[in-house]
Design a protein around this ligand. Structure first.
Ligand SMILES: NC(=O)c1ccc[n+]([C@@H]2O[C@H](COP(=O)([O-])OP(=O)(O)OC[C@H]3O[C@@H](n4cnc5c(N)ncnc54)[C@H](O)[C@@H]3O)[C@@H](O)[C@H]2O)c1
Length: 273
C-alpha cells in the first residue's frame, strides 16, 4: 500500500473532497488525523457538522485505519496547534499534511460589491488557514527529517473567474505560498505541492455541496450548471472527487519524490484553452 506506516492530517475532512481524500488514504494504509470546523452555519453555504466528521472517520476505520478526529477551525491557530499536538501524542509523527479545508466564495458578486467580511472569509480560510496548518506541522516534519504537504488550490489559481475575486485571489495565494515553502523546506526533506481541481461533479455519497452552492449563486439549477460547465472541459465531463484524491495520493506517496513546488492540475483540460 502506498501510504503504509504514514500518518496523514487532512483538513476539511468531514465531507466531499475531504471525505474522498480520507477514504483514499485509508485504503492505502495511512493512519489519519481528520480535522474539520464542524459548524454547519459557519460558511457561505451549509458546512459540515460533527456527525459528518464521525461518519468519515468510521468509514476510514472500517478500511483498517487508526483515526483521530479533531474539531478545529483553520482560522484559529490555537485550535490548529491543539489538533496537531493531539495527533502527535496519539501517533508520534505526521508524515503528510493535506490542506483541503476551504470555502467556495462567498461568490456571485462583483469585486466592488464584496463586503470586507466576504473578502476576509475566503482569504482567511483558504489562504491563511493553509499557512496556519503548515506552520503548526512544519517544525515536526523538519525534526523528523521529512514530510509531504499537499495544498488545495483550484483552477481559480490559474485563471480568473468572474464574481469570485476573493476565491480566485485566495487560491492564487495558495500556489505562491506552496512555491515559497518548497524553496525553504526542500533541504529538510519536506516536499510541498498543490493540487488544482476544476469543478467537481456533485456526488451525494460524499455529501458534496459546493458545486450546488456555486450553481445557486449563479442563479442556475445544479444540472444546468453541471452541463454548461462540462461543455467547457475538453474531456466532455466534470472531474470526479476520486480523480482529485488520486492526484493528492500521488503527491503524498512514494512515486513523487522528485516533485516539489509544483501544481498538479486536475481539470479535464479546462485551463488548456
Ligand atoms: N468542489 C469543487 O468543485 C472544487 C474545485 C476546486 C477546488 N476545490 C477546493 O477543494 C477544497 C474542498 O472543497 P469541497 O468542494 O470539498 O468543499 P465543501 O464545502 O464541500 O467542504 C469543505 C469542508 O471544509 C470544512 N471547513 C470549512 N471551513 C473550515 C474552517 N474554517 N476550518 C476547518 N474546516 C473548515 C467544511 O466543514 C467542510 O467539511 C476547498 O479548498 C475548495 O476550494 C473544490
Amino acid at each position: 500500500m502506498l501510504l503504509d506506516g504514514n500518518v496523514a492530517m487532512i483538513t476539511g475532512a468531514a465531507r466531499a473532497l475531504g471525505r474522498s481524500h480520507a477514504l483514499t488514504f485509508a485504503r492505502e494504509g495511512a493512519d489519519l488525523i481528520l480535522v474539520d470546523r464542524c459548524d454547519p452555519e459557519g460558511g457561505p453555504y451549509p458546512m459540515a457538522g460533527r456527525r459528518a466528521l464521525e461518519e468519515t472517520a468510521d468509514a476510514c476505520r472500517r478500511l483498517g485505519a487508526r483515526v483521530l478526529t479533531a474539531v478545529a477551525d483553520v482560522r484559529d491557530q490555537a485550535a490548529v496547534d491543539k489538533a496537531v499536538h493531539t495527533g502527535l501524542d496519539e501517533f508520534g509523527r505526521i508524515d503528510v499534511l493535506l490542506n483541503n479545508a476551504g470555502v467556495l466564495g462567498p461568490g456571485g458578486r462583483l469585486t466592488h460589491e464584496l463586503s470586507e467580511e466576504q473578502w476576509q472569509l475566503a482569504l482567511d480560510v483558504n489562504l491563511s488557514g493553509t499557512w496556519r496548518c503548515c506552520r503548526a506541522v512544519l517544525p515536526h516534519m523538519v525534526r523528523q527529517g521529512g514530510g509531504r504537504i499537499v495544498n488545495t488550490a483550484s483552477t481559480g489559481a490559474r485563471v480568473g473567474f468572474e464574481r469570485y475575486a476573493n476565491y480566485v485571489a485566495s487560491k492564487h495565494g495558495v500556489v505562491g505560498l506552496t512555491k515559497a515553502m518548497a524553496l525553504e523546506y526542500g533541504r529538510h526533506g519536506v516536499l510541498v505541492n498543490a493540487v488544482s481541481p476544476s469543478t467537481v461533479a456533485d456526488d451525494s455519497t460524499l455529501d458534496t455541496r459546493s458545486t450546488r452552492a456555486v450553481a445557486a449563486e449563479m442563479g442556475a439549477g445544479l444540472q444546468d450548471y453541471e452541463r454548461t460547465s462540462a461543455a467547457l472541459h475538453p474531456i466532455g465531463r466534470l472531474i470526479t472527487a476520486a480523480e482529485v484524491s488520486a492526484a493528492c495520493l500521488w503527491l503524498a506517496g512514494p512515486h513523487s519524490g522528485g516533485v516539489t513546488g509544483t501544481e498538479l492540475v486536475v481539470d479535464g483540460g479546462f485551463t488548456a484553452h
